[in-house]
Design a binder for this molecule. Sequence first.
Ligand code: FRU
Length: 473
Amino acid sequence: MNTHWTREARYTALNADSRERYEALCAQAAASPWRQRYHVQPPAGLLNDPNGFCHDGREYHLFYQWFPLGPVHGLKYWQHLSSADLVHYQTRGIGIAPDTKWDSHGAYSGSALADGDGLLIAYTGNHRTAAWERIPYQLTARLDAHGLHKHEPFLKGAPAGYSEHVRDPKIWREADGSYGIVLGAQRDNESGTALYLTSTDAQTWQLRGEIDFALPGFGYMWECPDYFPLAGRDVFLCCPQGLPADGDRYRNIYQSGYFLGTFDKAACRFNHDGFRELDHGFDYYAPQSTLGADGERLLIGWMGLPDTTCPSARDGWAHCLTLPRVLTIEDGQLRQRPLPALDRLRGEGAHDGIHYELNLANPQNHPFILTLRAGASAKTVLTYNGEALIFDRSQSGALPEPEKDAPGKGGHIRRLALTQLHSLRIYADTSSLEIFINDGEAVMTGAIYPPADATGLHVAAADDATVTIYPIL
Ligand code: FRU
């Protein structure tokens, strides 16, 4: 389907008039050779940020940003999924539709909490005026057995001193029953930051101010902030846009990372020891956390980036969510392990060269080369040389490409400096690789779009290295 993405086409709603087009797009997507087997992906159209991730005491809820009518950023909905284990999901249909003045041009990102017998949602309504000026509205909504009920926005437009880019509320509940929100924002001087709001009843909110990270000019906008306490420390996640590349760091068009430290809420200050990236691969953005059923801190991200063209757009769909990770703090940094329940995906017998979990044990820290998804004209290569792990997708097949110039960035090789590499766990799906290094010390995620014959897997490693592969059926 060759659509010219006019403004009108991008802001078409999913309704009786567009239903037939949507069905055709779903059929086209279903026939795509790059459909994932065990990742959350859209039936058609474009998926971006995970939203509203929470556990309600019985099951998980997970939503995602979704433009159903094409593989581009357009009129955003929240698509709703639920899951008992975050391994298998049920699609519950549209959670939030952009059907009020406040969210007329998109039900943008936000978060949710279990609240009584329903969910309390906080999100950004994206409204555009006739002159196409953006007005962000921050609103809450309640989702329960009676359906979705949106409340009057608690923050209308941008507070003084900030641009129209104010969005993505992450809501949490304090031990005393009060509520907090962090919001991504851009100052009038085009630098990125985050705002802090509090409420005793989740109806009236007080803007406590901008959180001071003692970092003037760290990017031009911070998207999708998240805050949570973990093991006696405080963690703040955000996606700063506009950081210049710095050696091996910040090589993607936009960044996603965290600060570890102490959130002094009374002073509205976050004391920390610097910003670290959450993922050292190619495609990781807008992650959102929640407390899991067992009180553990879980994180799911968007395996994609804004302003990037995705090869599967050819087939009417784009992007997926990453697998869930369990967060801990070890040796003064975040550790991210794959969710243990993912072991349920493990099958028996031979694998097909495409869908598998691969575990490499490298006890003597020897160099190795793993060639994945190899075919006549394609391969994806992971090389450990004793100094770094190099993830090379430059010959993996069709490639995602940034739509904007990102000086000093891009390319399809990522390098992570590492002098000890004892284990790797790789989750390979039809069009992605998630590589967990040294039991969650670091992660590299990359989308790949190989040709059909690329099912070869070659391991060149020392004799004492062992490889265990589980097929994922
Ligand atoms: C991040 C983001 C958010 C926004 C949403 C719109 O990818 O730009 O800041 O709320 O996507 O889909």
